[in-house]
Ligand binder design. Sequence first.
Ligand code: MG
Ligand code: ZN
Length: 223
Amino acid sequence: MKVILARDLQAASERVAEANRNRFRQHGVLAINLMGSPGAGKTALLEATLPRLHPRYGCTVVEGDIATTRDGERIAALGVPVVQLNTGGACHLDPAMVARALEELPGGGRLLFVENVGNLVCPAEVDIGTDRTVVVFSVTEGPDKPEKYPLAFSRADAVVLSKVDLLPHLDLRREDFLDVLGRCAPAAAVFPVSARTGEGVDAWCAWIEAQVTNQYSHPPGEG
Ligand code: MG
Ligand code: ZN
């Protein structure tokens, strides 16, 4: 009887993630894993971000959803190359899905955004080979969520606090979100953003540009 161990599958997954990472290095690409709850505003954030960064860096996008091509269509409408991954039920992307999507995207770009399946749990547990992890966290979710979903926040390089234009309509204070993020995402840069009004988008885009510079200002192996 053939026995397959979960830890061997895990090792195989890690090898594919590492291959993705190497591919990004070879092509001078910075890859960002965007995660967050369904409806956090991940795609809206991309719609606010891509028109600013695509002309200068060349962006490509992988859209992960259980079903539909809705988000892929929104990105394609911006003129940015996109592949839609439909997981058919799986609640996160795995590195092999991302590797398959990369085969369909044109080369030459410097920035890849991978919008993970809307979910604050397992996308945080699965390494897909990206260089930075960003959590999109909307004010309508409430300031208790970083403590309830600690892994996603503790591993984030940045947190985009989205939909801040709605704060005047909520009994919640911006300071309460910033306080909890300071505790639960101590390593993360925090960007209060409204994709609707454009508030905070400049600072968020400047952070991305700094990540590209940081990633490639040192020779491989030194940075
Ligand atoms: Mg989306
Ligand atoms: Zn999952």
